[in-house]
Design a protein around this ligand. Structure first.
Ligand SMILES: *[C@@H]1O[C@H](CO)[C@@H](O)[C@H](O)[C@H]1NC(C)=O
Ligand SMILES: *[C@@H]1O[C@H](CO)[C@@H](O)[C@H](O)[C@H]1NC(C)=O
Ligand SMILES: *[C@@H]1O[C@H](CO)[C@@H](O)[C@H](O)[C@H]1NC(C)=O
Ligand SMILES: *[C@@H]1O[C@H](CO)[C@@H](O)[C@H](O)[C@H]1NC(C)=O
Ligand SMILES: CC(=O)N[C@H]1CO[C@H](CO)[C@@H](O)[C@@H]1O
Length: 393
């Protein structure tokens, strides 16, 4: 009985200390959002791709793709291989319900893409012979059909012809890859999916962003488990082509070693792309049961561009260890950091380009702040409930 009431106290203390700090931690963010108001206004009528499309038509050339183009927002990236670019990945991109402990983002997928997210990662569950976007379980968080989500991504690809997007799906129920072809066909994404010329693709094999844009194969689709490219060529097997640092990390040093696939040698790893998992979790151990919760309290530090425990620091550490920066920087709530857009600045630094500063979401930072506090509150309340349930078992 004593334990039952003892547990929520540190959680409450953490929350109180957060609300005390939040005035200062989040205030610069608000200023930043207001500062970026004008550039948002100016940019809204002309997206980067609209600008380049226009210059393409006024100056017709045999191969307009090779010059005066932006690829994933930057001219410098056009001639670089897909495997030679650092991109920001939205961890659990579809899971944006307010005050739900299984949420990992605030903004919807279209906003994520507009802000510069170029890898969309999520869990999928098999339910009533369809594939749903659920996190942990469909009772806890069900974000609807994969078809609908992919249709939104497809529409965005149509509207943004110079952008290449990677989709990494988690096959929670280990179903057959053939089943994933249905939502890919239904959503229309099939028109954009990249079919690799060989399996597996090493770092050297990947085409340039320009090539992908020119051929309009701008959706690279990976599946973590059960992919079989002999059967479905365009659903790429993640772990023979990409490796990952520790998953659901709880260590703020964010070590850059290989966790998946297990047993991969360092030499083989150097021929593949890699994901730096930078979504920090707290491990709460209760009566012998471990519960992992996203550490949202530390987001302004975790998603920062420098300093201990930051994304910038992890990216640098991994670059030192492996000789090349991570290809994908996987984060929770990408719009938080030491300033709005700090995660994108880390990617820009890794790519040796100057960050264009277009982030995040709408310019209404009070809305995003409320959403964040709602999320945080939800996490803490549910943690308390989970702990009581665990205790009473
Ligand atoms: C891309 O290639 C450049 C030049 O070789 C290298 O400095 C950089 O680390 C590479 N980046 C990635 C993500 O592979
Ligand atoms: C990066 O390396 C530094 C120096 O070894 C270490 O202190 C730090 O914990 C590492 N990781 C992060 C994410 O800061
Ligand atoms: C930004 O704020 C102004 C009002 O302050 C509003 O008119 C505009 O639509 C907003 N832009 C976005 C992208 O939300
Ligand atoms: C910003 O968002 C808050 C909360 O959703 C809302 O009450 C407010 O009207 C919004 N302000 C603007 C200028 O859109
Ligand atoms: C769980 C699972 O794999 N479900 C279906 C996937 O699709 C095939 C047909 O292609 C079905 O036979 C499976 O039952």
């Amino acid at each position: 009985m004593r334990l039952l009431y003892a547990f929520p106290v540190p959680i409450l203390l953490a929350f109180l200390s957060f609300t005390a700090k939040s005035c200062c931690a989040l205030a610069p963010m608000r200023e930043n959002a207001e500062l970026s108001l004008d550039s948002h206004k100016m940019g809204s009528s002309q997206s980067p791709s609209a600008v380049t499309a226009r210059s393409g038509t006024s100056r017709p050339e045999k191969s307009p793709w090779k010059r005066a183009q932006r690829c994933n927002g930057y001219t410098e990236l056009c001639d670089r291989k897909y495997s030679n670019i650092t991109m920001v990945a939205a961890h659990n991109s579809p899971f944006i319900q307010l005050a739900n402990m299984a949420s990992n983002q605030i903004y919807d997928v279209v906003t994520q893409l507009n802000d510069g997210i170029r890898m969309l990662q999520f869990q999928t569950h098999y339910l009533q012979q369809s594939i749903y976007l659920c996190h942990t379980s469909c009772e806890l968080l069900n974000a609807g059909l994969l078809d609908t989500y992919l249709a939104a991504v497809t529409k965005w690809l149509q509207q943004n012809p110079n952008e290449v997007v990677t989709i990494l799906m988690g096959n929670y129920d280990r179903i057959h890859p053939e089943n994933y072809t249905v939502p890919i066909l239904n959503s229309g994404l099939i028109d954009y999916v990249y079919k690799p010329p060989k399996t597996p693709m090493t770092r050297a094999d990947w085409p340039t962003l320009s090539d992908l844009i020119h051929t309009n194969k701008r959706a690279i689709v990976f599946l973590d488990y059960e992919a079989n490219q002999a059967e479905v060529q365009y659903i790429l097997d993640e772990f023979s082509q990409v490796w990952e640092t520790p998953f659901s990390p709880t260590d703020r040093h964010f070590p850059c070693g290989i966790q998946r696939p297990p047993g991969l040698s360092a030499d083989d790893a150097k021929n593949r792309m890699y994901i730096a998992n930078h979504n920090l979790n707290m491990d709460i151990s209760l009566a012998g049961v471990d519960i992992l919760l996203p550490d949202n309290l530390l987001l302004p530090v975790t998603n920062a561009d420098s300093g201990y425990g930051s994304l910038g620091s992890m990216a640098e550490n991994c670059t030192l260890l492996w000789g090349t920066p991570p290809n994908f920087l996987l984060v929770d709530y990408y719009n938080f950091g030491n300033f709005q857009g700090s995660v994108f600045r880390v990617a820009a630094t890794m790519n040796h380009v100057t960050y264009n500063g277009h982030c995040c979401g709408t310019n209404n930072s009070s809305a995003s702040r409320l959403a964040f506090e709602g999320t945080l509150m939800g996490t803490l309340l549910e943690a308390a409930i989970v702990s009581m349930v665990v205790m009473s078992v």
